[in-house]
Write a protein that binds this ligand. Sequence first.
Ligand SMILES: CC/C=C\C=C\CC(=O)SCCNC(=O)CCNC(=O)[C@H](O)C(C)(C)COP(=O)(O)OP(=O)(O)OC[C@H]1O[C@@H](n2cnc3c(N)ncnc32)[C@H](O)[C@@H]1OP(=O)(O)O
Length: 527
Amino acid sequence: MLTKAFQRNLSGVARSLSTYQYLKIETPSPKVYHVQLNRPEKRNAISTEMWDEIGQVFEELSDTSDCRSIILSGNGKMFTAGIDLSAFLKLIPQQSDSAHKSLDLLKKVKKLQAGFTAVEKCKKPVIAAIHGACIGGGVDLICGADIRLMSSECYLQVKEVDIGIVADVGTIQRLPKIVGNQSLVNEYCLTARKIPSDEAARVGIVSRVLVDKESLMEEAVALAAKIASKSPVAVQGTKDNLVFSRDHTTQQGLDRIALWNSAMLLGGDPAAAMMVKKKGDNVFTVIQLPSLYPTSEIISQLTSPERDGTVWLDIAPQSSCQNFKQIDVFEHCAVNNIPLYRAIPDNTHTIIINNLSFWVLYCGVSRVYRELLQLSRDYKVISTITRDTLDQEIEDTILLLPDTIVSLSQDSEDQLSGTYNEIVRQSSGRTEKKTQRYILTRSASSFNLDFSKVEEKPSPVTETSTCDVTFELGLSEREKSARAATELPYTVTNPPGSNSDTTGHIHYVPDDMDDWDDEDPDDDLDI
Ligand SMILES: CC/C=C\C=C\CC(=O)SCCNC(=O)CCNC(=O)[C@H](O)C(C)(C)COP(=O)(O)OP(=O)(O)OC[C@H]1O[C@@H](n2cnc3c(N)ncnc32)[C@H](O)[C@@H]1OP(=O)(O)O
């Protein structure tokens, strides 16, 4: 039986996408589209027209902004009986000349291939929900889907040899990679034996088997809705890179994802993903660091693959300084294939958050606290550290997290100059070697960070500002050396939309709490 919620979804938000004659399109859940092969009286045999429509609908949904995931199923008794046999006969060219016949057939087969490849090329994940039977061309079709679910009574059949042809629209190319057992795939393709659902699940063709069509569709909708609740940029990037990596070497896949993430992480979509996170028992711990910048060592440790979940990073309280540091972190994560999201698009604050427990690496003031307060409405704060108790608490924190912030114990001058040198060296090196994301140079008296050289960032540079940077550290024995190391002007060419403080100073003045916040004393935290 369909659940009431599912029935409501089906009837409530369903709407037609465009006029498709042989496909039925519904939206059973927000941002989830359901494409049904719709020739039930012919067992959804795929006619030329239906084939064209399949290609069109997946191309269309690929760019439909309110579509985030797609279910593909068959209306009626079964998923599909494969190619429409009468349409198949029409494929045979009529010309007498064999060369022309070949050319004509080549063109037609390429077109058919493109129709099914549209499923794989569609940016949105496609879940094939397969019931009854899936025969011949149907198997080619579902091999292009990202996830396959099946009902228990259903069988699959690579039936082409039975009608005297070689499966040529995807099965032979994709099924071996899905199953990972060439011998078995050969057997399926060479004998056309029916593959029952339990075997299909066992050999990995489908993720799972549901008891009947109703539960199959419920599961498909739930799965599609779950995918639709995630960041669309992250989901689409994941699909794209999964497909790419399947067909390329590990290194090629890694290189591509590095580039992908270095481009995508500059967007604001992760913030949207953040907003759809459910309230729960997630916790985060605020760690306030007295250093100006987290060192590369800290960044490496916080973003290491051994730490499960996603890492978010707060860089510093003001934007030009943030940009400087964020880029470094982005690059680090891109190069090392580490997922990193920004909590807030452009210029404000980003926060290190691990998916379930939230680590906030915090080395600044003011607006960060607003974000933390916002977050704290959704997430239980179990620990915060205020400036007033920083010196003591940072020691405790170090004790709690010895492997995370060991470098805090370094001398501040070493740390600062080391950080700068490292940034300059590593960032420039990566820039030249890898992606040329930005140019960072250091002269005797200044740092120049030129965002106009960012290649992957789509928007043009509009604004240039020069900031005098004064760093003041609260720990008195460090203050002098820190100033000596950091009283350098630097030039930042900001990206558009920047609301950076183009004329002010970057303050690190922990001696007086009010001085921390250059905007609003009410921001003094009291979380
Ligand atoms: C370049 C080439 C690219 C791709 C090539 C793909 C190759 C393939 O797809 S190979 C597979 C071809 N398909 C078949 O061989 C299946 C044939 N059909 C059947 O075996 C059965 O119909 C069934 C799927 C097992 C379903 O049986 P049942 O439930 O008993 O229904 P039927 O009464 O047999 O059929 C009802 C109705 O549907 C029509 N129909 C079924 N399959 C097809 C088909 N593949 N093409 C066209 N029409 C089909 C059938 O003729 C009946 O129509 P009526 O008008 O009611 O007679």
